[in-house]
Write a protein that binds this ligand. Structure first.
Ligand code: SAH
Ligand code: SF4
Length: 475
């Protein structure tokens, strides 16, 4: 979500005639868009500010702003420690960034724009740089779930959703600009549509799972309706993949599982074969303390059904280790869950107490040492699982959307010719390959034969590039 927010800030500044610079010393505006979800991320943002304070003297230098969730949380406290920061703004003020910069340029100092937008509806238009094959599309904002450890409901405010029609029009415009893969964004897309009347009569009218009725109420729009509406919209014919993130297991619906079925069986045909469904812990006792309101067993059951419908699906999740009261047994239950589900990838974090949350009041009793040991163990455990899963792909041909040149060109070791490109499959697996033609492949869908695998990525050979003509070239 922060990447998407940064892209939006960039697009807004470019629209105003700005240009990006790689050299921070050349910048007249520096915006630090920070995440506050974990303590470490906040420290990073603040220490980054400190590293660049030399760029500004009392009378001259760039405009410096602190934004995003860190800005929302900070509310201007930073001015005491870092007086060279000109202004602070929150996620709901992103669209005002150009005006805020103008105010700072006119000499205004130390102001805060961190009011939540109080309107009940949410309307926006996605902004992407030209010729991008991939786009993030915010479909809702805020979060009403209040998991006990999490700061997001405090920094991003209440849940609000865009209407299905607005999202369709937005994505249609992106597709006409060359976008071929969208990631629909929300803190919990399973709540998408809450409060928006389903006047168009979209189906399915209501969502359910083994716990009962879930998500928005009958008569309101919901996320599964959005997927089917995108699938039907003729303007979106060239959209190859729809992804979404994140969703909460509590209201992960059977109807959403059904959308992963083969299109002949009623599934959504351009829905990527990937699901990121954060579970956080494999222990029911910990899940309860986290306020997640679901059981490990229901989650496992739903993943089994999903895998039976879509056997090749790539699954990923978020894990927190060292939550207050987490015993060795609780932690081992998490390892067991990873073995059982066989994720392709996990994002694992050490618990850190966040200001204002309910968990902040619990004793943070797992020592730093144990937290880091558990973090290392969970990552190693996952890497072993992923190595096995990735190795199964050797010999297969997979369709890859090329996103750019790989940062690491180690693959060239044996053949000095060509450039290493990176992309991802429908299951969200990273694939690197060499191309010797010198063409710009960004944005093309190419078939790659997998020749090698690690626990993190796949390597392969470009076997033919019939898809290239269909792709867009940003050369
Ligand atoms: N809305 C998303 C998550 C956003 S936060 C969802 O529910 O999936 C991303 C991840 O950060 C969470 O899934 C959780 O694993 C982690 N996280 C959130 N608060 C944390 C905290 N206080 N300490 C450690 N990790 C945390
Ligand atoms: Fe945080 Fe829970 Fe909301 Fe995700 S669902 S943003 S973890 S409160």
């Amino acid at each position: 979500m922060n990447v998407a927010d940064t892209e939006r800030m960039e697009a807004l500044m470019l629209e105003r005639g700005g240009a990006l610079t790689e050299q921070i010393e050349e910048a007249d505006v520096i915006v630090i868009n920070g995440c506050s979800v974990r303590e470490k991320a906040v420290h990073k943002a603040v220490s980054y500010l400190g590293e660049h304070k030399g760029l500004k003297t009392r009378y001259e230098g760039p405009v410096i702003a602190l934004g995003g969730c860190v800005g929302q949380l900070d509310q201007g406290e930073i001015f005491k420690r870092a007086p060279y920061v000109d202004f602070v703004f929150g996620p709901d003020a992103i669209d005002q960034l150009p005006e805020l910069v103008d105010r700072a340029k006119r000499g205004e100092r130390h102001f805060v724009q961190a009011e939540f937008d109080k309107t009940l509806s949410y309307s926006t238009q996605t902004k992407v740089k030209k010729n991008k094959a991939l786009a993030f599309v915010n479909i809702m904002k805020g979060c009403d779930k209040y998991c006990t450890y999490c700061i997001v409901p405090f920094t991003r405010g209440r849940e609000k959703s865009r209407t299905i029609q607005e999202v369709l029009d937005d994505v249609a415009a992106l597709v006409s600009q060359g976008v071929r893969e969208v990631t629909l964004l929300g803190q919990n897309v399973n709540s998408f549509g809450k409060g928006n009347p389903n006047t168009a009569g979209y189906e399915p009218a209501e969502l359910s799972n083994p716990i009962g009725k879930v998500g928005p109420r009958p008569g309101e729009e919901n996320f599964v309706q959005l997927l089917y509406a995108m699938n039907r919209d003729p303007r979106l014919k060239q959209l190859k993949r729809i992804r979404f993130t994140s969703s909460h297991p509590l209201d992960f619906s059977d109807q959403l599982i059904g959308a992963y079925a083969d299109p002949k069986e009623g599934g959504v045909d351009n829905l990527a074969k990937h699901l990121h469904l954060p579970v956080q812990s494999g222990s029911n006792a910990i899940l309860q303390k986290m306020g997640r309101h679901h059981k490990v067993e229901t989650y496992v059951e739903q993943m089994k059904v999903l895998k039976s419908i879509s056997p090749d699906i790539g699954l990923s999740t978020d894990i927190i280790v060292g939550f207050p009261g987490e015993t060795e047994e609780d932690f081992e239950a998490t390892l067991k869950l990873l073995t059982e589900i066989e994720y392709d990838n996990i994002y694992a974090f050490s618990y850190s107490p966040r200001p204002g949350t309910r968990a902040e009041k619990l004793v943070d009793d797992v020592s730093k040492k144990v937290k880091s040991e558990r973090l290392a163990r969970v990552m190693k455990h996952q890497l072993d699982i992923a190595e096995g899963r990735y190795a199964e792909r050797i010999g297969r041909t997979m369709e890859v959307l090329v996103v750019g040149l790989a940062r690491n060109d180690g693959m060239l070791a044996n053949s000095k010719l060509g450039r290493v490109w990176t992309g991802h499959t429908t299951c969200n697996r990273v694939v690197n390959f060499i191309d010797q033609s010198g063409r710009n492949l960004e944005g093309s869908f190419l078939n790659i034969k997998i020749t090698n695998a690690s626990g993190l990525s796949l390597q392969g050979d470009l076997i033919h590039d019939a898809g290239f003509a269909e792709g867009i070239s940003v050369a």
